[in-house]
Unconditional design. Structure first.
Length: 324
């Protein structure tokens, strides 16, 4: 294990959800819990047997740590391990604090040209990497991204990085769609009160064909329906956004057209890839951060996120550190 002095921690929708509702599905907050799982910091102390890190190293923290070497770990899909520790998922404490202890194997050294803030953004970026890999995005793919929040935006970044020829993104918010344009989306759709069928036909007319891949980042029933209708026969729909447990969808439409529906749960094996992309400047996540607050103003930061202002709100935990 290593002891870290925390630097940058991003606020996620799930953090706000636990704060407001006290639960997400089966994960119920029963005791006081520290939030935060998008984080970077500086190593202060290393435990015995830690060879790859030393005090002073700047690191990005992967929040999910398997507690045992089970079948899922052996096959490289450790995110599916039932006993995994995960920051800020009850009953596990997160890392929105001054000092934090974490498994050394899940702390990754940041190169000098990658900032603490970028290090914290590897967590949401990882969702995009995992989703686009599960979707099979490749050279020339036509992609439809549903939802233009932080996760929709990282999926735009990653899909383009992986060779997508065209990406269309849909959302209710004009300002979020503008952000998507800045981050590389080719087309945007501002949804007002269109039916799922109408959204699907807009996607097709903008792309000039139905997309091979749809990445659904809202969890909203109508959006999942639109995702199925929009995806071309033989294509893939990846469900990233989480909504209600039971959702009514045109499953027969998907079945008879051989549309593969895939789920994702967080990510695995993404931090080294993300660090390489950031260090080589092949991917730019910096525009995601729109608000910054010191840890003392955490409540204000959470209120800002709750109101849906900006894109990513970042907290700075170390008042003495003025590095980027």
């Amino acid at each position: 294990e290593v002891l870290l002095r925390m630097h940058s921690v991003g606020i996620c929708g799930s953090d706000v959800h636990y704060w407001q509702q006290g639960r997400i599905g089966d994960f119920v907050v029963k005791d006081p819990m520290v939030l935060g799982h998008e984080a970077s910091g500086t190593v202060v102390k290393v435990g015995p047997g830690v060879a790859h890190l030393k005090p002073g190293d700047r690191v990005a923290i992967e929040p999910g740590v398997p507690r045992e070497m089970d079948e899922f770990c052996k096959t490289g899909r450790y995110n599916l391990s039932p006993t995994i520790f995960f920051c800020a998922t009850p009953p596990d404490d997160g890392n929105l604090c001054r000092y934090y202890k974490h498994s050394a194997s899940y702390c990754y050294k940041l190169p000098d040209n990658v900032t603490f803030e970028e290090g914290a953004l590897i967590e949401p970026l990882s969702v995009g990497i995992h989703a686009c890999k599960r979707a099979g995005v490749t050279l020339g793919s036509k992609v439809f991204v549903s939802g233009s929040g932080p996760i929709g935006l990282v999926n735009v970044l990653v899909a383009k990085m992986m060779g997508a020829a065209a990406v269309v993104i849909a959302d209710l918010s004009a300002s979020r769609l503008q952000k998507a344009k800045e981050m590389g989306a080719d087309f945007t759709i501002q949804v007002k009160n269109e039916t799922p069928h109408e959204v699907a036909s807009k996607v097709e007319s903008l792309l000039g064909c139905m997309p091979d891949i749809t990445v659904e980042c809202t969890g909203v029933q109508a959006c999942i329906q639109a995702g199925i209708y929009a995806t071309r026969s033989g294509g893939t729909l990846v469900l990233v956004g989480l909504g209600p447990e039971m959702v009514t969808v045109p499953i027969v439409n998907a079945a008879v057209r051989e549309v593969d529906i895939r789920g994702i749960f967080r990510y695995c094996n993404t931090w080294p890839v993300a660090i390489a992309l950031l260090a080589s400047k092949r991917i730019n996540v910096k525009p995601l951060v729109t608000h910054r607050f010191p840890l003392e103003k955490a409540l204000e930061a959470f209120e800002t996120t709750k109101r849906g202002e900006g894109v990513k709100v970042m907290l700075k935990c170390d008042p003495t550190d003025h590095s980027p």
